[in-house]
Design a protein around this ligand. Sequence first.
Ligand code: NAD
Length: 349
Amino acid sequence: MAAVNASSEAGLAPVGIALVGYGYWGPNLARNFHSLAGSDLRYVVDSNAQALAAPQRLFGCATSTDYADVLADPAVAAVAIATPARTHFTLAAAALRAGKHVLVEKPLTMDVGEAQVLIDLAAERNLTLMVGHVFEYNPAVRYIRAAIEAGELGDIYYLYSRRVNLGRVQSDINALWSIAPHDISIALYVLNALPEAVRCQGSRCLNGQVEDVIFLTLYFPGNIICHIHASWLDPSKTREMTVVGSRKMIVYDDVSTEGKVRVYDKGAFRKGDVTYGDFQYKLHSGDILIPRLDMREPLQEECAHFLECIRSGQRPLTDGENGLRVLQVLAASQQSLESDGAKVALGAA
Ligand SMILES: NC(=O)c1ccc[n+]([C@@H]2O[C@H](COP(=O)([O-])OP(=O)(O)OC[C@H]3O[C@@H](n4cnc5c(N)ncnc54)[C@H](O)[C@@H]3O)[C@@H](O)[C@H]2O)c1
């Protein structure tokens, strides 16, 4: 059932939303836009008519296979796009040209130039363009960024993440473009920086067309390296990131039910009183803190933020530029992947 509509109570009309793409991920967006205060899920669109029975039954909204018709409806103020990545640019550009605000799933597009076109279209028309980098709305990820910014971890030495599982196997897009956008967006967000260069290697294990597993290294300013392992061909589901600092270390385990973030008061300090050699270090091992996090559904936060940005005109946290930065990393990584892991500077792709 729809939640009490706060914007109606405040005299504001709810934002009319059309969701495009009702496959694996679309239902999550539909559920949130159906239940969130201030939103009115008017349409679910899918080119496959068979996909439309469920949303009609669950949400009582209109459904359509005709995107152009839906864009022509003035009651639709915004479009959320959850179709395969290769369709994002065409669908998002059409929506912006029709005067609709747009939320696009990750990756924003498959091409840096196309992302810039979307950014320009949104700016010219004063429309909200947002990309679904959902982890930037996750309290655990926000905690890590705040801890790094506050200097709690000391100097950051390195970080690494693993996002692996058995399935969902993809055939039209590799693990870099399908899975790693999440880890790239998290790394850029927690470090509040853009890498200078990347290296990426991968392996085509199943159908020989796309890489099922990738190993990606991002080189950030200040000698900080970040390693990302993404795969849909792995024995167990792991969603983990470790950040190692000079004073403390953080492990973020997204599948843990008993504290997703653990802050380890551990570190290695160079001894001040050494008189010989350069290798005298004192290891420090203190308490482990599990901070209490207010775990509201990150996707709900993301959808609510989209509605708020449409209403207020504020720039989304994950705006088009944010999507473009992740794309720049993806494009350089793809170039490295095709060059057997050569180091590729950002901007060279
Ligand atoms: N944020 C996340 O955690 C997360 C998780 C999974 C997928 N995604 C993203 O969501 C998007 C969709 O992924 P998915 O796994 O749901 O894909 P999917 O293949 O399961 O579903 C896509 C749906 O879009 C429909 N479709 C395809 N082209 C269309 C078009 N031109 N017009 C209308 N409908 C069209 C298909 O019929 C299908 O029902 C991708 O961009 C993916 O990266 C995000």
